[in-house]
Write a protein that binds this ligand. Structure first.
Ligand code: UD1
Length: 423
């Protein structure tokens, strides 16, 4: 296994370009299953474990792909299997994204129940409810979701999500593009990832109204076509890099971004005392001499994202006072806290609220990654900890951050990747 060995105490400064968004790439790649009509060329796809797992899944279904220099070329003409097996799905929850497209195009799909990040219960009931609203019959047997459309064709319906779900909205959208008639999605997720998926589907020929809002209306098409598409930046990677500068007293410019999508996060950095300046496609952040404690509550977009919550807690360990962090998306997403405390942080958990007492001097030790964003928070803490921090099980981090140690080293960090045996 790999670990990251971080020598702390170095300022993160300089400029860097954000990678393409992982959470946008996944539904976009899944959406290519909706048509066998032509070849797709997708640019700015990050070279990440999760993307490679998804490509493997597509190979299993019979899709041909080539992936190099962040460009993914693929054709879904020859889909031969409608089954997503446990061995692949368990590696990544987002594999559930193949359900909607396969069902819509072929009238049937068999998808193993997903695994993925281990924070709290992460059900898929809303995905299944959405497919049922579009006329599918769903059964769960021997760990597989078996979905069938009557007469091989989904039909438009009214899907009302009781809570906002990015994944279920994405699946419903993709399925609805090939359903007969019009589909209405109420309380849809309005995350930029969904907005980008809508743009992609519309480029393929879908008719969607309400893009970027929580009320979507989709007119089903008979067929869609393959297109060339440029993916958007990864707003969570960008936020993590800004946090790396903020926690180390540095100064950074992140290029290739759309600051509009990061308003809630940038507002919090400003509240914490950072100087933040944006152009249309870059964000510059200068860390203050002393960070001001700043509370955050993670909620669906446009609020502060749950995927930045762990990194924010790491940052607040260095603020001059106490801050409170609540996660209303994943109430139990606090696996990083015991590990941050092992580095010397003083963080308590009270009723789904993290109370971060800063500033605490952190000192390096071995810590364990438990999920993707938890790992990012440990790296941030390692950057500011005295001595050497070893972040074990770094495969979690590799799922979602493209060349993170290379990027941070180019900004002044001292991080090496080493092999180790867990036992
Ligand atoms: C996506 C992101 C993930 C992010 C999350 C919330 C990807 C690949 N992952 O995950 O990084 O943290 O959005 O912004 O894009 N829920 C249900 N039933 C369901 C589905 C979800 O109850 O069928 C609940 C979840 O437990 C959670 C909430 O809905 O409490 C939001 O989850 P959701 O937006 O669906 O997350 P993902 O799409 O899985």
């Amino acid at each position: 296994m790999d670990k990251l060995v971080i020598k702390g105490g170095r300022r993160i400064s300089g400029s860097i370009t954000a990678s393409g968004s992982k959470n946008t790439s996944l539904p976009i790649i899944a959406a290519t299953l909706l048509t066998g009509n032509g070849n797709f060329t997708l640019h700015r796809i990050p070279d990440l474990k999760d993307i490679l797992t998804f490509i493997q899944l597509l190979h299993h279904l019979g899709v041909e792909t080539t992936f190099s220099d962040n460009t993914l070329r693929l054709s879904s003409e020859q889909v031969q299997s409608l089954q997503a097996p446990y061995e692949l799905v368990k590696k990544m929850r987002a594999s559930i994204y193949v359900l909607g497209p396969l069902l819509a195009r072929f009238g049937h799909a068999r998808v193993s129940l997903p695994g993925g990040c281990a924070f709290g219960p992460r059900p898929i009931d809303l995905h299944l409810m959405a497919m049922e609203k579009l006329g599918a019959t769903i059964t769960i047997e021997t760990g597989f979701i078996e979905a069938t459309a009557e007469n091989g064709k989904l039909r438009g319906g009214h899907i009302v999500f009781p809570i906002s779900s990015v994944g279920a909205t994405g699946n419903a959208l993709m399925a609805a593009t090939l359903a007969e008639g019009t589909t209405y999605i109420s309380n849809a997720a309005a995350e930029p990832e969904i907005e980008t998926l809508c743009r992609f589907l519309m480029a393929m020929g879908a008719t969607i109204r309400g893009t970027g809002t929580t009320e979507l209306e989709i007119d089903g098409s008979n067929s869609l076509k393959a297109v060339e598409f440029h993916n958007v930046f990864d707003r969570i990677e960008a936020g993590t890099l800004l946090a790396a500068a903020a926690i180390t007293g540095g100064e950074i410019t992140v290029n290739g971004v759309e600051p509009e999508q990061m308003k809630a996060v940038l507002k919090k950095f400003v509240h914490a005392g950072c100087t933040v300046e944006s152009t249309e496609e870059s964000i510059s952040l200068k860390s203050p001499r002393k960070l001001i404690p700043t509370d955050v509550t993670a909620k669906p977009y446009p609020s502060f994202p749950t995927d930045m919550q762990a990194q924010w807690i790491a940052l607040m360990t260095q603020a001059e006072g106490t801050s409170h962090v609540i996660d209303k998306v994943y109430h139990e997403r606090f696996n990083h806290i015991p590990e941050l405390n092992r580095l010397g942080a003083h963080i308590e958990i009270h009723k789904n609220q993290a109370i971060v007492h800063g500033p605490q001097k952190l000192s390096g030790t071995k810590v364990m990654s438990t999920d993707l964003r938890a790992s990012a928070s440990l790296v941030l803490a390692g950057l500011v900890a005295e001595g050497t921090t070893e972040v074990l099980r770094v495969y979690h981090l590799d799922r979602g951050y493209e060349k993170i140690e290379v990027k941070l080293n180019s900004l002044g960090a001292d991080i090496s990747r080493e092999k180790y045996n867990e036992f």
